[in-house]
Write a protein that binds this ligand. Structure first.
Ligand code: SF4
Ligand code: SF4
Length: 229
């Protein structure tokens, strides 16, 4: 008979799946500098993420801020592959501290509760707050679950309106990055990932044109229609 797991085997799989979302209790780690904002990434309302409660990939109902991945991977940037350990173990976020993959109740109870947002993290007098609000007002992230559905139908008109949003998002980012002298890491915390990147997993191809970024559908996603014109 297979023996039931009763303790952590330090396999590292949980950390490789991605860094944790931050909760109210983790604010002290950010304020004390243990979790610099360069190591955080924002998943905006509407972006797709794995929902541990349903086991499905769904549009997130409220923004969350999580520890960024390592390079192009989602594997937590604090995970050390050689030792299969955590480089901030003594200061790891709440959800890492309670994680028991063999007994997930405590982890599941935290899902979607008391999540930290960008505005919780930025100090009240931080001049960047106004830019977060401006970006959110002018370039909100659409419900990516709905966008995915639309793109599996005849998507030409949807692509044109997404193109407008993608280019406004990029133009605003470019301006704010220049004006505020932001690193890429800070940009990803302040504004989340660019919308064009969120569309690529749906088969949207992005190319440059004199008018800005141009979106077309990869042929295998195109449902027989001539998209992107
Ligand atoms: S909690 Fe589970 S998945 Fe994470 S390191 Fe331990 S055994 Fe592996
Ligand atoms: S902070 Fe540490 S424990 Fe938490 S996911 Fe990252 S490496 Fe793993």
């Amino acid at each position: 008979m297979k023996q039931q797991q009763t303790e952590c085997k330090r396999c590292g799989i949980c950390c490789q799946k991605g860094g944790p979302a931050l909760h109210g209790q983790d604010l002290a780690l950010v304020r004390s500098g243990h979790l610099p904002i360069e190591d955080l990434i924002t998943i905006r309302h509407g972006e797709l993420a794995h929902n541990p409660l349903t086991g499905r990939i769904e549009a997130v109902a409220a923004e969350l801020v999580k520890i960024r991945g390592s390079g192009q991977e989602w594997c937590c940037c604090y995970y050390e592959p050689t030792s299969k350990g955590c480089s901030i173990y003594g200061n790891r976020p709440l959800s890492c501290g309670v994680l028991k993959c063999w007994q997930p109740e405590e982890t599941l109870a935290l899902v979607g509760r008391d999540l930290l947002s960008r505005l919780d993290i930025l100090e009240e007098d931080d001049p960047l707050r106004i830019h977060v609000l401006e970006h959110e007002r002018l370039c909100p992230c659409p419900d990516m679950g709905e966008v995915e559905k639309i793109l599996t139908g005849p998507a030409a008109s949807a692509l044109r309106s997404l193109e407008v949003l993608v280019n406004s998002d990029l133009a605003l980012r470019d301006r704010l990055v220049r004006e505020c002298n932001l690193s890429l890491a800070r940009e990803l915390f302040l504004f989340g990932r660019p919308i064009f990147q969120l569309l690529q997993p749906f088969g949207v191809l992005v190319s440059e044109s004199p008018q800005g970024l141009r979106l077309t559908m990869r042929r295998e996603y195109s449902n027989g229609e001539a998209y992107g014109g």
